[in-house]
Ligand binder design. Structure first.
Ligand SMILES: [Zn+2]
Length: 172
């Protein structure tokens, strides 16, 4: 697992990547995959609205790019650094990809599947478990998400996203 200093360094990159989602009006979530040798393998950000794809979360974008770069679905020894606690889909993908570590920033109390609602990546019933570091630069990620949700004008057709609660994250 990468140390606390490295985790913060990579989280800054993940936050930069998250900001790229703002260019296409997607919820700003970003992810970086760090190789076992401590170099960057791939990164990705949320493109759900841009692609009209329910699976285009930052984590899956980054994992797909990392696997393509390696030419292997197995991401042994890699660490995924992401600005928001992964949902059930992405937590499942982390287990499937066999990553060694997960670093995340803000908790997602409405959909998080690593701490908040479930703990899929450390469930002993599954064949692979992931080491977790939680809360790295969480305030910066929370500020970015809040500014996104409060700056948008919501209309009923925007899938129920609301400013009035942190549950705006359900729109990610
Ligand atoms: Zn997800």
């Amino acid at each position: 697992m990468i140390d606390a200093t490295e985790a913060e360094r990579w989280m800054r990159d993940a936050l930069d990547e998250a900001r790229a989602a703002l260019d296409h009006d997607d919820v700003p979530v970003g992810a970086v995959v760090v190789a076992p040798d401590g170099t960057e393998l791939a990164r990705g950000h949320n493109r759900r609205e841009q692609r009209a794809d329910p699976t285009a979360h930052a984590e899956l974008e980054a994992l797909r790019a990392a696997a393509a770069a390696l030419g292997s679905w197995r991401l042994d020894g890699c660490t995924l650094v992401v600005t928001l606690e992964p949902c059930a889909m992405c937590a499942g993908a982390l287990v499937q990809s066999r990553v060694a570590g997960l670093v995340f920033a803000a908790d997602d109390p409405r959909a998080g599947a690593v701490t908040s609602l479930f703990d899929l990546v450390r469930d002993p019933r599954l064949p692979h478990r992931v080491e977790v570091r939680r809360g790295v630069l969480a305030d910066a990620s929370t500020a970015l998400l809040r500014s996104f949700f409060t700056s948008r004008r919501y209309t009923p057709q925007r899938q129920g996203a609301r400013v009035d609660e942190w549950g705006g994250l359900e729109n990610r």
